[in-house]
Design a protein around this ligand. Structure first.
Ligand SMILES: *Cc1c(COP(=O)(O)O)cnc(C)c1O
Length: 394
């Protein structure tokens, strides 16, 4: 069987991208900032792009290549570039294509730092920025200007779990000659492949489900070769490269991503179903619950609902804080996508700096709790949430 015919699960485990002459069974760590040449002529040819070889780890490195190639196999992408964090991936995927006078259009419900980057910094550099409310997708066409170069989406969104129809967004973008860029962090390529639905670029924070154990930061942008070349040229100059060590960790993590996402999703769906029946809760949100407002779109473009479940406490902001205090097992931390379940209360933490009105506009209600469902037994996760709900109710 040729390697091209392997399923993505097999390719991500079996295809060798980096090794020494010893042919190690597990890929070693290439902790080196630069690479040597046997003679002056080889070195000249490599620097002249006449011969392919590693030069310097700010440009490329065997471990980083391995991670990128494995991500390409999973996303079914032609090429990719890995970065030191998800935010540097978002930054590079936008700045490689936009210049002064251009315009970016994004869904409003996006990761907090992505929002700050777009709303605060782009205008400072003369780049126009608008957001559309995904509850009114007809706004997309209305907000497109002749200067619009890119549409940016996050689906499912963090933390509100809004789902956007990628295929429909791609049709609109391409009818106007605009690039579609999708943050696929919450779904991972195991559950959703935006490029196959028409997106031009996919960005990830590898810090979350891809690492899956809350150890290292990383990011990656994937897409057609010509687009990734632009990102590569910007990044090799700007320098947000992924470290070989983090790349090596992330490549090992990818070997189990399929198994982990299946189990995270199974635990999350079961938890969401049990919480739906709970009298202390106003609303339970999960993409694969029939009651989710975009359930049909989620079923169309995702294989499973992912590991995040949100619910709304009847007691609002005050109960949100009491709920976190009452938890015994779940971790209180900013990360998500970990083997350990995590609870967060966006209104009093990650989104506390926004006004109440701004929070409501992106679906963050006062009593919204976000659970990143881990790999513990679902009965233990539910039991901890259940006792904290009871304790925080009065
Ligand atoms: C965390 C996150 C990011 C940013 O990634 P970092 O690795 O923290 O820089 C971007 N998008 C989404 C949806 C995220 O959850």
């Amino acid at each position: 069987m040729r390697e091209d015919n392997f399923h993505p699960e097999t390719r991500v485990i079996r295809t060798r991208y980096a090794s020494t002459d010893a042919r190690e069974h597990s890929v070693p760590l290439f902790l080196t900032s630069s690479f040597c040449y046997p003679d002056a002529e080889t070195m000249r040819a490599v620097f002249a792009d006449e011969q392919e070889a590693y030069i310097y780890s700010r440009f490329s490195n065997p471990n980083v290549d391995e991670f990128v190639q494995r991500m390409c196999a999973l996303e079914e992408a032609e090429d990719g570039f890995a970065t030191a964090s998800g935010m540097s991936a978002v930054f590079a995927s936008v700045m490689a294509f936009l210049k002064q006078g251009d315009h970016l259009l994004s869904s409003a419900a996006i990761f907090g730092s992505t929002h700050t980057l777009f709303a605060k910094y782009l205008p400072k550099w003369g780049i126009g920025y608008d957001e559309f409310d995904i509850r009114h997708p007809e706004q997309i066409e209305r907000l497109i200007r002749p200067q619009t170069r890119m549409i940016f989406l996050e689906t499912p969104s963090n933390p509100g779990l809004d789902i956007i129809d990628i295929e429909r967004a791609a049709e609109i973008a391409h009818a106007h000659g605009i690039l579609l860029n999708v943050d696929n962090c919450f779904a991972t390529p195991v559950l959703q492949k935006p490029l196959l639905h028409g997106a031009d670029l996919v960005v990830h924070s590898a810090t979350k489900w891809i690492d899956g154990q809350g150890r290292v930061l990383g990011g990656v942008v994937l897409g057609k070769k010509a687009l990734i070349q632009e990102i590569y040229l910007l990044c090799r100059t700007m320098g947000p490269s992924l470290s070989p060590f983090n790349a090596w960790m992330l490549s090992r993590s990818l070997e189990t991503l399929h198994l982990r996402m299946q189990q995270h999703s199974a635990n999350a769906l079961e938890l969401a179903r049990r919480l739906q029946a709970h009298p202390a809760l106003k609303e339970v949100r999960y993409p694969f619950l029939e009651t989710h407002p975009h359930y049909a779109i989620a079923r169309k473009q995702m294989k499973a609902g992912g590991g995040i479940v949100c619910f709304e406490l009847k007691g609002g902001l005050a109960q949100g804080r009491r709920f976190l205090d009452a938890l015994r097992m779940l971790s209180l931390t900013a990360n998500l996508g970990d083997t350990r379940s995590i609870a967060s209360h966006p209104a009093s933490t990650t989104h506390a700096k926004l006004t109440e009105e701004e929070r409501l506009a992106v679906g963050i209600t006062p009593g919204l709790i976000r659970i990143s469902v881990g790999l513990e037994h679902v009965d233990d996760i539910y039991a901890d949430i259940e006792q904290a709900l009871q304790k925080s109710a009065d």
